[in-house]
Design a binder for this molecule. Structure first.
Ligand SMILES: C[S@@+](CC[C@H](N)C(=O)[O-])C[C@H]1O[C@@H](n2cnc3c(N)ncnc32)[C@H](O)[C@@H]1O
Length: 322
């Protein structure tokens, strides 16, 4: 379970107190509806929308990005980025996630077109313990397919591709790949989000980058038509989050698709767990993506330590554990 850092939770709670709960709830419901339709105009349209986004979406996008970064980090254990560019940073979920994963970060820049999102992101980041998050530079700017900028160790593009016009996506991915030591793209775990990730993955492999995660290979995605590669990150819901979402559970599972690609050598796992493992007495069945394609593997009590590892492994993790 990836939980927002304590200082972010406190800063967010303080910020949300300046909004009426019924306004936040109305914005949260509107945002859900907008994110389920194709984009014809920006989803964030007011400071209340931005606050509602931070309350109900930021904990989820943080959890998804943090999960993706953990998997990328274990495939490239020597990677210790000092600089990050977060494109379409919103209220900063990927900045907090990156600093949590890689304390080595020293310089962070965020590009965000919405003024209220950039303002809230900056003001939350000012409360961070990590100096690079606290000092992050927030630029209110529209990203497009302009020329590459200065090289940067880590570029994150989290829940943004789907908001961009189709014609801009590929040139932007190309440009960011030119700038980045590692590029991490996260999208909602829907068939459409997966399609966008898959298209970006093709571009990155074509440019000679190595896939660090989630794929254990650089061949064609072996999932059958109608299936899509996605994972789930569990996050806690506090009482305001539950009320704004009209939900009663104390947690939610954020579904996401992602790709992390790097210019450095990567040592991806032998296989990746594609579904919740089926755990029965004495037997665990794993749905895996492996070098040779998609396969089901049974691990039984007779397999000793491997069986104990199979009982612990979760959807989205490497197999066998790295
Ligand atoms: C769904 S939010 C994701 C925010 C954040 N990355 C996260 O993971 O929580 C998408 C963000 O991308 C920003 N965005 C969309 N198109 C953009 C563009 N062309 N240039 C800059 N920012 C953009 C939006 O304003 C919004 O804040």
């Amino acid at each position: 379970m990836y939980v927002l850092p304590a200082e972010l939770r406190h800063a967010l709670a303080e910020e949300l107190e300046s909004h009426r709960e019924q306004d936040l709830a109305a914005s949260a419901a509107e945002l859900t509806a907008r994110y389920h339709r194709p984009f014809d105009r920006p989803a964030l349209r007011s400071a209340t929308d931005v606050a509602a986004y931070a309350a109900v979406r930021m904990p989820a996008t943080f959890a998804a990005v943090r999960f993706a970064l953990a998997e990328a980090a274990s495939a490239v254990p020597d990677f210790a980025p000092e600089s990050q560019l977060d494109v379409g940073g919103g209220t900063g979920a990927a900045v907090w996630a990156a600093a949590d994963c890689w304390p080595s970060l020293r310089e962070i820049a965020v590009l965000e077109r919405d003024r209220s999102a950039a303002q809230l992101g900056r003001s939350l980041a000012a409360q961070a313990e990590h100096p690079a998050v606290r000092r992050a530079e927030w630029r209110q700017a529209e990203v497009g397919s302009g020329p590459a900028g200065a090289p940067v160790d880590l570029v994150t593009l989290s829940y943004v591709l789907g908001e961009l016009p189709e014609a801009v996506r590929e040139p932007l991915v190309r440009r960011l790949a030119e700038e980045a030591g590692m590029l991490v793209i996260v999208e909602p775990g829907s068939p459409d989000g997966y399609e966008r990730v898959l298209a970006a993955r093709d571009v990155l492999i074509g440019l000679g980058l190595r896939v660090a995660a989630p794929c254990p290979h650089e061949g064609r995605c072996p999932l059958a038509e109608g299936d899509w590669c996605h994972f789930a990150a569990r996050l806690p819901r506090d009482s305001l989050h539950r009320r704004l979402k009209a939900g009663s559970l104390g947690f939610e599972d954020e579904k996401f698709s992602y790709v992390a690609a790097t210019r450095a050598g990567a040592a991806p796992p032998e296989a990746r767990v594609l579904r919740h493992p089926a755990k029965r007495k004495g037997l665990v069945t794993l749905a895996l993506c492996a070098g040779g394609g998609r396969e089901e593997r049974n691990v039984s009590k007779r397999d000793g330590a491997l069986y104990r590892a199979a009982r612990d492994v979760e959807w989205g993790e490497a197999w066998p554990p790295m």
